[in-house]
Design a protein around this ligand. Sequence first.
Ligand code: BF8
Length: 620
Amino acid sequence: EKSNERTIDELAKVMLKHTMEEGIETVWDRFEMQQPQCRYCSDGVSCSRCAMGPCRIIPEHHRERGVCGADADLIVSRNLLDTLVTGAAAHSDHGRDIVETLYKTGTGEAQGYEITDVKKLEKIAAELGVETKGRKKEEIATDVGRQLLYEFGTFKNKVTFADRAPEQTKELWKAAGIVPRSVDREIVEAMHRVHMGVGANYANILLHGLRASLGDGWGGSMMGTEISDVLFGTPTINQSQVNLGVLKEDHVNISLHGHNPMLSEMIVRAADDPDMKDLAKKTGAKGINLVGLCCTGNELLMRKGVPMAGNHFNQELIIATGALEAMVIDYQCIFPSLPRTASCYHTKIISTSEKSKVVGSYYFDFHPENAYDTAKAIVKMAINNFPNRIPERVLIPGKPVDLMAGFSVEAIVEALGGTVKPLIDVIASGDVRGAVGIVGCNNPKVQHDYGHVTLAKELIKNDILCVETGCAAVACGKAGLLMPEAAFLAGPGLKGVCKKLGIPPVLHMGSCVDCSRILVLLAELAKALGVGIDQLPVAGAAPEWYSQKAVSIGSYFVASGVYTVLGVMPKIAGSDNVVKLLTSGLNGVVNASFAVEPDPVAAAELITKYIDGKRKALGI
Ligand code: BF8
């Protein structure tokens, strides 16, 4: 049956069947309607960059070059760079919004925010050379915010957090000429390079892509993570619940969907306001139930233990439960058709970002300056929508699953007793063969959640620890892998380690910008061992990726020395040279490369073999 083919999420299956019966269109239906997808676009050999085009490369019809003269290598590489920096821009602009919020919290312009992790603020201040002695945390925050904002432009020509990488890794970057100079500069320069008549060397274009991705991973995204920790607290290990069953029939249900915690954290505070709680009771609800979706959900889950309704492909299904009063969105990964889905129910889609207005949504102009008041107004709108719910149309498809989250680097180190040494010891002894970061999204080209869950299960069976972010982590949460009890699925070595520490074999490290936490962890491990990141027995994987941001993440993993296996083929098959460069040529540059393997079982074999090779090279 169709719902079984589309997803392995049991509750999503129920909802999918329901949407099909009710005639509500979902991402899977639209994917089917788009078939067959254009082969030239899939292979990356169509170009509509300039007004002489559009052009396609069709060698069998002697169309070897576009009107301007660009060949397949150039068209493919330009398209890929464009995709990559779109992702880098999205992550980094999110990071900028957070840094600006910190700055305005320092100056007193922001409303409702506070500096929560002073220790982290001081650590970052020291990295940036900002004086901390005898100063108020607000003063430090203002200076840290300003210094980091400079790093988006070229005033400083430096991305300070990149200094956290081990020396060997930084040497590789220097030799390859890919040290990021600033966050925005690399993105803008990429757009310059892909203009007609500028970059015409595919390898040079792709190398710049690596540089821009490093500006994201060690720059914009890392700022997003670190400064969110400063404002809202560094995550500690916590327990919560996940899947569509987190909705409560007798509560006002509000889902927080999108990415930036500057909005969702404020909604959490507003929903806790006694006025709001009273109002909810007056409408006949027992209370307000906030649930997360996608990466803003991951942010809240990590720091506050807010229950998680699901990942990317749960966003339409949650509306079809008929039990959702409001979906509050900011930006990224939000289907533009959500108001259309919501129009079949009483659900209100509430948009909040000037950058991300959505036709059919209710718009609130959310800024740091008016954050708390706006958040309250949003919560009020959701509460007032509760009486419009039609009880006969409510379908909450099952019970939630328990999960453990909050594995920031700090929380991991604490669980290990204060240093990474115990982790190095178990890797050296072979109890844990290595570690893999499984990250990224859902994509209708892959059965929903199957890629993530299968890969994680295969790897832990081989005694490989998984650390996860984004929709991958949510998929594994729904499958029960984020609980210590899941250790029974692990090999004997990893099982023992999990039991001893009381941790799951798959660790939830946060949202997509929190892939920067994985970089920090790798840097700590490499430095403790006195090697480069490229020498560690680790790998990355994005089994169900779809977004441009995922291209940037994969690229900064590889550029940082992490072999990365993709489950979905990027749009590069039209150029053998680009494929060769990305899957093997980069080995001579950053000592890592990409691989593409749609079958997660085969991907696990590839990764395990790779990790064993790295172990051998280290002599362990
Ligand atoms: O921010 S929410 S679909 S893009 S993994 Fe992927 Fe999921 Fe989007 Fe990364 Ni996060």
